[in-house]
Design a protein around this ligand. Structure first.
Ligand code: NDP
Ligand code: HSE
Length: 448
């Protein structure tokens, strides 16, 4: 037997048992996984106690350049080279989107493979079906890379923190959005240029709309809320606002008041159920979540026994994500995944459930920006409308316009004390009807 896939493989590898593995989808993440398996076989062998032997990598287009060098015979466009080979035990399924990813996943399970995936869209949409099918077939699905890339949050929530009732989870879960906002804040970058750079660096989804409109973060939040709270919430039911309409002026006003804007995903137990939302949020400068920059992700978790724990690291990009995928492949090859998969009963009817609370009742402090005619009485009218909706003002910011300025429309920033989401929305609707308030008012939560 040739026990090595590369010149210079150690004797250890040559003598070891091997588990054949495959990759389906050799894009940004798939190529990183191939590189780790091929270039660092010693490392994986040491941790798995066996060689993870890359037998096949399935692609759509065999002629397209790949960001990895595969040994001859590994690349194929035929999925049956994997499904038809009973010796291939573990498959990293790294195609994005819903179809053909779902159908391929089912075929792989049905052909006896254990799956590792990074596809959160697929799990958030079809998790129940895929996990049920895997259980019926006695197979497993590992998905550490599906949330927060290289940050091991799935294992921590589902295993390391399992003695806790988790009460709160707040996360920066989309690397692309965080990268874009950081570029705008730190370098004054143009929004479109920052999106293009995130794509070029391999952070963004094939369709970056999912990153910037909050969908990707909502999908990840749905997965985490499921693990942490047993919440069976469809990601589309999670109230979400992205950074696609975030204005650079708000980044600057927030900074002036001591906050940075982060696309925050929140799941926490409050009176009445589970609060869930994704929204650009003001986070106080100097606090851990505020200082998460670039494509990094972070999750702050509170458990009733452990207290607050904080996870931080690269949430997107080739090698950080490949790190999580390969760790799952090792766990699957040695049999650890099978045990946790069986005991966790994810997306099954046997779980304890928690219901989502009414978002309109979720309390918080708010940053409001109105574009107003700079003339007497406007502030009083807005303050009056907020008062009528029982919303108390904490501070007001309006920059002095020069006496000779021709600018008649100016930004007025109001920070509120704690109020319910619905009351703030109603007040804003009332204020929007004033003649001296221009369209495009902004409302963002402030993290307490
Ligand atoms: P890419 O678009 O770079 O790669 C996807 C790959 O899937 C492409 O190489 C494509 O093939 C292949 N593919 C599509 N359809 C088929 C098919 N029918 N048969 C075989 N191969 C197919 O995506 P990423 O690598 O960035 O992402 C993969 C998954 O990982 C996604 O679910 C994403 O959400 C997730 N993820 C990505 C992260 C990142 O930082 N990029 C981080 C965490 C998760 P071809 O090249 O031939 O077109
Ligand atoms: N597009 C995703 C992000 C990749 O930017 O976070 C990681 O899931």
């Amino acid at each position: 037997m040739d026990g090595s896939q590369q010149a210079g493989s150690s004797r250890l590898q040559v003598e070891m048992q091997k588990t054949k593995v495959a990759i389906v989808g050799l894009g940004t993440v798939g190529s990183g996984v191939a590189r780790l398996l091929l270039d660092h076989g010693d490392r994986t062998a040491r941790h798995a106690g066996r060689v993870l032997w890359l037998e096949k990598a399935v692609v759509r287009d065999a002629l397209r350049g790949r960001d990895c060098d595969l040994p001859e015979g590994v690349l194929t466009t035929n999925l049956e080279d994997v499904t038809g080979d009973p010796e291939i035990k573990v498959v990293a399924q790294l195609i994005g989107g819903l179809e053909p990813a779902r159908t391929i996943m089912l075929k792989l399970l049905e052909s006896g493979k254990d799956i590792v995936t990074a596809n959160k869209a697929l799990l958030a949409e079809h998790g129940a079906e895929l996990f049920d099918r895997a259980r019926e077939l006695g197979r497993s699905i590992a998905f550490e890379a599906s949330v927060a890339g290289g940050v091991p949050i799935i294992a921590n929530i589902s295993q390391c923190l399992s003695a806790n009732q988790i009460t709160s989870l707040r996360g920066i879960l989309n690397g692309t959005s965080n990268f874009i906002v950081s570029q705008m804040e730190e370098h004054g970058a143009d929004y479109d240029e920052a999106v293009a750079e995130a794509q070029q660096r391999g952070y963004a989804e094939a369709d970056p709309t999912m990153d910037v409109d909050g969908s990707d973060a909502a999908q990840k939040l749905a997965i985490l809320a499921h693990l942490a709270f047993g919440a069976r919430v469809h990601w589309k039911d999670i109230p979400r606002i992205g950074i696609d309409n975030l204005h650079v002026d708000d980044i600057q006003f927030a900074l002036e008041m001591g906050y940075r804007i982060k696309l925050l995903a929140v799941a926490q137990l409050i009176d009445g159920g589970l609060e869930l939302h994704v929204s650009p949020t003001l986070v106080e400068v100097g606090t851990p979540l505020a200082e998460v920059r670039g494509a990094n992700n972070a999750i702050s978790v509170v458990g009733d026994a452990v207290g607050r724990v904080f996870f931080h690291g690269l949430g997107a990009g080739q090698m950080p994500t490949a790190s999580a995928v390969v760790a799952d492949m090792i766990d699957t090859a040695v049999g650890r995944t099978a045990i946790t998969f069986k005991t966790l009963q994810l997306w099954s009817d046997q779980e304890a459930r928690v219901e989502m609370c009414d978002y309109a009742k979720v309390p918080g402090r708010f940053y409001l920006r109105f574009m107003v005619d700079d003339h007497p009485g406007v502030l009083a009218k807005i303050a009056g409308a907020l008062g009528e909706h029982k919303i108390s003002i904490a501070s007001v910011l309006q920059h002095e316009a020069p006496e000779d300025s021709e600018e008649t429309i100016v930004p007025l920033i109001i920070m509120t004390h704690t109020a319910a989401e619905g009351a703030v929305q109603n007040a804003m609707d009332a204020i929007a009807a004033f003649n001296d308030v221009k369209p495009g008012s902004v409302r963002m939560r402030v993290l307490d």
